[in-house]
Design a protein around this ligand. Structure first.
Ligand SMILES: NC(=O)c1ccc[n+]([C@@H]2O[C@H](COP(=O)([O-])OP(=O)(O)OC[C@H]3O[C@@H](n4cnc5c(N)ncnc54)[C@H](OP(=O)(O)O)[C@@H]3O)[C@@H](O)[C@H]2O)c1
Length: 296
């Protein structure tokens, strides 16, 4: 089934972008994804490189864009001035141009804009970013909203903030699985808290948000704030691994510097639930999604 309202996914090569493309295409929507790799272009892959200044003309038949690509590396955001230019200037300029061309735009942001010291911040709560990446995403949101306001297009702008996204090959999972295969213990951190979601859950939920066209701020979150020890125990249960092969430790004890170490990671979804009926993903659902074969 093809409908007349196509989607543009800016950042088709990213973890979240690739999953969003799969979910939208799986529901029968026309999807065009952007790449910045000239050798990957095709009928449904268009070139967008924020650092090249050409104006991007939205493909015909596309009336909704997910702007997902960004400078995401924490270290790069701290040290490379270009990361700030990408996140705070070039991406908002692209969003403004897409709004000007009449598209509905959903911009993807992060739980880190809230800083991590308040439990379950809701969609319209004030920001308190700590690290450079979080400051840039928060400033990017502000610039995008300002541009939409100037264009009288706030009713065609959505911001969706996400918590940590896991795939089966997201670190440290491959290392844990290898260790367990050899009968060795793993040493997850008890002092590293997150509210993880599976990449396929996020793709499907973003597809639903795209279909519903909800403007304003929305959140997608794991249902629980858990430590990496809780997470390892849930994965071990799912894979039938001896829980004795988990030896909890802490980042502090190991002397490991963690750039973003929130006390609370989960996002409140009050407005999102009201407007979309979407629910946060439980830890149990996450591990079943990551390792479905074991749940048969
Ligand atoms: N992953 C998470 O846990 C998480 C959590 C919360 C929020 N988010 C947000 O979700 C979004 C996607 O995150 P992700 O982890 O899926 O990203 P990712 O896998 O790190 O991918 C980032 C993408 O951005 C593209 N990109 C970087 N600089 C670019 C430029 N100058 N021009 C065009 N494209 C450029 C990269 O292209 P190449 O592939 O060519 O390098 C890559 O495909 C981001 O906005 C992030 O802030 C992610």
């Amino acid at each position: 089934m093809q409908d007349g309202n196509g989607f543009l996914v800016v950042g088709g090569d990213s973890l979240v972008g690739a999953s969003t493309v799969r979910a939208l295409a799986g529901r029968g929507h026309r999807v065009i994804a952007s790449t910045r790799r000239p050798d990957a272009l095709s009928g449904d892959r268009v070139l967008i490189d924020f650092e090249k200044s050409e104006t991007f003309a939205a493909p015909s038949g596309v009336d909704y864009a997910f702007v997902i690509a960004a400078a995401t590396n924490y270290e790069r955001c701290e040290t490379d001035p270009m990361a700030k230019v990408i996140n705070v200037e070039l991406i908002p300029q692209l969003v403004a141009s897409l709004l000007e061309q009449g598209l509905f735009v959903t911009f993807i942001s992060t739980n880190s804009v809230f800083g991590g010291e308040r439990p379950w911040p809701n969609e319209d709560d004030p920001h308190s970013p700590g690290i450079a990446y979080a400051r840039q995403k928060s400033d990017g949101e502000r610039e995008i909203r300002r541009a939409a306001e100037a264009l009288g297009a706030l009713d065609r702008l959505g911001v969706v903030r996400l918590t940590k996204i896991m795939d089966s090959d997201t670190p440290p999972l491959p290392t844990w699985l290898e260790s367990w295969k050899r009968g060795e213990t793993v040493t997850p951190f008890a002092d590293l808290i997150f509210a993880p979601m599976s990449v396929s859950y996020v793709g499907e939920m973003l597809a639903t948000i795209g279909e519903k066209r909800v403007p304003g701020n929305l959140h997608l979150s794991g249902a629980e704030n858990v430590s990496y020890v809780d997470f390892a125990q849930a994965v071990a249960r799912q894979l039938d691994v001896d829980p004795g092969l988990i030896e909890p430790t802490t980042a502090t004890e190991k002397g490991v510097h963690i750039a973003f170490k929130p006390t609370y990671s989960g996002l409140g979804m009050t407005r999102t639930r009201e407007l979309t009926a979407l629910e946060p993903q439980s830890l149990h659902a996450l591990v079943k999604d990551l390792f479905p074969a074991a749940s048969a």
